[in-house]
Design a protein around this ligand. Structure first.
Ligand code: AMP
Length: 300
């Protein structure tokens, strides 16, 4: 299937109009590019559920703080276009920053309170405002029936889901499982920053999440005990500088004393030049706890 790269908002709208005019559904996969198998799984899911899939590739300056990795964020449009096409997308939307922000910094931002405040919100001030603002713009431009987001970015998923509900976007927000390398490390464009020694240390994050999920599955419900286990599993691991290791409600990101419903175990840690985030979700609603740790897909 041929794929088209669209760079202007006007052309993107015209394309969406023609797809919708033919009564075909539109799926959107927002990304910052440098696509890996995790992104590709979102594209494939979108292609299975929607008639026309748009993959946006836009390194959004609004979501990077001062001193973060905006300039060195990896880019590969040719590779991304090939990956998007192989996953079944029909369009790559690749606007410039001046196309998206013609006046420079926008005066209007979409701010989701509460769910954006803990976890990464503490360490990356303004980050989620940048994310929800650009996702709102992409939803306004592409007007998709469904938009696909990875569970790996659990707080982003919670914020975007709440924004789409609060602001009545047409799109249904679809949550997709985290894809992992063979040793459990969550796939991420930022993994490319790590040295071989960092890369060897990084899987300890997922190992700690799994060991902690096991005590929740075994019946532990006290948040402080679960968080102590998670921190203990991470303590002393070489090359990991932990920012947070917490247990929260997966949907609201509330921090109750006793865990119930869908429980998010979330970690952020620096590993060399990379800032890594990862999580697992344990659903306590059913007769037995169900762990969603994503899928191992990488080659050993
Ligand atoms: P990014 O390009 O990092 O902004 O990610 C674009 C989308 O891909 C987001 O919805 C991410 O949550 C999702 N994503 C990133 N890494 C993975 C992964 N390892 N597995 C599944 N989805 C992912």
């Amino acid at each position: 299937m041929s794929i088209e790269v669209v760079t202007t908002i006007a052309d993107m709208r015209a394309l969406v109009d023609s797809v919708r005019g033919a009564s075909r559904s539109v799926g959107l996969v927002p990304t910052m590019g440098y696509l890996h198998a995790g992104h590709r799984s979102l594209v494939e899911r979108a292609a299975a559920e929607c008639d026309h899939v748009i993959v946006s590739v836009f390194v959004n300056p609004l979501q990077f703080g001062p001193g973060e990795d905006l300039e060195r964020y990896p880019r590969d449009l040719a590779g991304d276009t090939a990956t998007a096409a192989a996953g079944g997308a029909g369009t790559v939307f690749h606007p410039t920053a001046s196309e998206m922000y013609p006046e420079g910094e926008p005066l209007t931002r979409v701010i989701v309170s509460k769910v954006t405040e803990p976890l990464c919100g503490r360490f990356r001030p303004g980050h989620f405002d940048g994310v929800t603002t650009v996702v709102a713009k992409l939803l306004a431009i592409c007007d998709p029936d469904r938009a696909y987001f990875g569970r790996k970015d659990a707080q982003q998923l919670a914020a975007v889901t709440r924004m789409a509900a609060d602001l009545n976007f047409r799109a249904r927000i679809v949550a997709c499982p985290t894809l992992r390398e063979a040793d459990g490390l969550a796939m991420s464009s930022r993994n490319a920053y790590m040295s071989p020694a960092d890369r060897a240390a990084a899987p300890a994050i997922f190992a700690a999440l799994e060991a902690t999920a096991a005590i929740v599955v075994a019946g532990e419900r006290e948040t402080s005990v679960v968080e102590a286990k998670l921190s203990g599993e991470l303590a002393g691991r070489p090359r990991l500088d932990v920012e947070y290791a917490q247990a929260r409600d997966a949907r609201t990101l509330a921090h109750p004393d006793t865990l119930s419903g869908e429980v998010l175990l979330a970690v952020a840690a620096r590993c060399g030049p990379a800032r890594l985030i990862d999580n697992v979700v344990i659903d306590l609603n059913g007769p037995r706890p169900a762990v969603d740790a994503g899928e191992i897909k990488g080659e050993p």
